[in-house]
Write a protein of this length. Structure first.
Length: 346
């Protein structure tokens, strides 16, 4: 029976812990699971809640930090110092696994020893609303060569994974090392790319592997477009610097990444301008990012469209919007957040 070490960092999320831990320990047949809750010096009763869960179930351990160490250090403590199962999972205290998720992922990993991590689809669920019904019947697997998967991510300039739906082979996790403290908001994106540079990638078809909770306090809701774009760029550039010599055409891939991130910035700019949601500082930040990321940004239709709208002013812009191409009329801020953190599929 496969063993799985599940690390659940917690900071002020004690009120979610019972549900998170129950999703890992219950309805996960065919695997031997251990859980580590790491409370990062929460100012509320999170550590006490964690201790209560551990007292009721010997499969659960707790580490309570006396001082806050930050989420990256907490991740690395659990994954590199504690996890000793065949496979490991990093899951936020406000997320949940779906029934049978661990068995489906470890089944793939057991069959394909060259796969470094397996993932599937995740369901969003909103705080205060009913939990959606997950699909739990797998329709098979896909296994992709790691370098092929990595290059596809670079060509798309997207992160197609959140985190709770991923099960990693522990030996590969320890080989590649921990999360990069220079990337506090895109460390997960860089980690998937790094794992793919060292091993193949598996995907579970048909079933939903995890729930991602959306609420006012979580990291993804405090979304800032420029910060997100800068962190995405840093994650991709780190990957290109580290593995570029092993990729098929690193110069072309770098060009693709920077061009697409520039376009994403301009989409956010256009949408925010049309909605009157951007102050002058935010406008200049997005323009500066777009041009710095891809110096030929001024040749893009989106850049020219924005310059025209800016000259015309908000009132005149509203009158001419119907003539603009459909992609520029998207609700771009929401689009970017979905593409950045939540886009699903290969």
């Amino acid at each position: 029976m496969s063993t799985v070490s599940v690390v659940i960092p917690c900071y002020r999320y004690g009120h979610f812990l019972d549900q998170a831990v129950a999703s890992v320990l219950d309805d996960q047949p065919g695997v031997d699971v251990r859980v580590l809750i790491i409370d990062d010096a929460s100012p509320d009763d999170s550590a006490a809640v964690a201790a209560g869960i551990a007292a009721r179930d010997p499969r659960v351990e707790v580490i309570a930090h006396p001082t806050n160490r930050g989420h990256i250090a907490t991740y690395n403590e659990g994954l590199l110092e504690w996890a000793d199962g065949d496979y490991c999972v990093l899951m936020s205290a406000d997320d949940r696994l779906t029934p049978g998720a661990l068995g489906r992922a470890t089944g793939l990993l057991d069959v394909f020893p060259d796969v470094g991590f397996a993932y599937g689809r995740a369901l969003w669920f909103w705080e205060g609303r009913p939990l959606p019904t997950p699909r739990t019947a797998s329709r098979g697997w896909s296994v992709w060569p790691g370098r092929w998967w990595l290059e596809r991510r670079l060509r798309q300039a997207e992160n197609c994974i959140t985190a709770p739906e991923v099960v990693v082979r522990t030996s590969v996790q320890k080989r590649v090392g921990g999360y990069d403290p220079r990337l506090p908001h895109s460390g997960d994106q860089e980690m998937w790319l790094r794992l793919a540079a060292h091993a193949d990638v598996g995907f579970v078809h048909g079933a939903d592997q995890a729930f991602y909770r959306v609420h006012d306090a979580n990291m993804r809701r405090s979304f800032d477009a420029v910060r997100d774009l800068r962190q995405k760029r840093a994650a991709f550039e780190t990957t290109l610097d580290r593995y570029g010599t092993t990729l098929s055409d690193p110069r072309r891939l770098s060009e693709c990444v920077h061009r697409k991130l520039s376009r994403q910035a301009l989409r956010v700019l256009l949408d925010g301008w049309d909605r009157g949601q951007l102050d002058e500082h935010a406008v200049e930040d997005l323009l500066d990012f777009a041009v710095d990321c891809w110096p030929r940004a001024e040749s893009l239709a989106a850049y020219r469209t924005f310059r025209l709208r800016r000259r015309l002013g908000p009132r005149a812009t509203a009158a001419v919007q119907p003539i603009n191409p459909a992609p520029l009329a998207r609700k771009t801020s929401g689009w970017l957040m979905r593409r950045s953190w939540k886009y699903r599929g290969i």
